[in-house]
Design a protein around this ligand. Structure first.
Ligand SMILES: [Ca+2]
Length: 109
């Protein structure tokens, strides 16, 4: 069992046209989505502090991380990252930042 704690984000991009964006993180592993709560008006410095226990089949599996802006008209992608499960499976745990990129491959933080 892998515990992933989504702590916070340091984003460089705000995709919301009105006010601050409302970010949340969605992890997709083997077709199952794991979503954090929405940090309303979190802007570029969202905080989630939310943990997920994920049963990992193989440490070479990819996990898709997406950070999105929640909106009444539907969520908008801020950035994404594909991270191997092995990046988290380190003795004693790992605490790290991962780079997310937008649809054009540009870093968003
Ligand atoms: Ca929004």
């Amino acid at each position: 069992m892998l515990r992933i704690n989504v702590v916070h984000g340091k984003l460089t991009k705000d995709v919301d046209a009105f006010g601050k964006q409302d970010p949340y993180v969605k992890i997709t592993y083997m077709g199952t989505p794991y979503k954090t709560r929405v940090h309303e008006n979190g802007g570029k410095n969202p905080v989630w502090n939310q943990a997920f226990d994920i049963r990992v089949g193989s440490i070479s599996d990819d996990m898709l991380f997406e950070v999105k802006d929640d909106d009444v008209v539907g969520a908008k992608l801020i950035g994404q990252a594909t991270i191997k499960a092995s990046s988290f499976c380190i003795n004693g745990g790992v605490r790290d930042y991962f780079t997310f990129t937008d649809t054009k491959g540009k870093s968003v933080g």
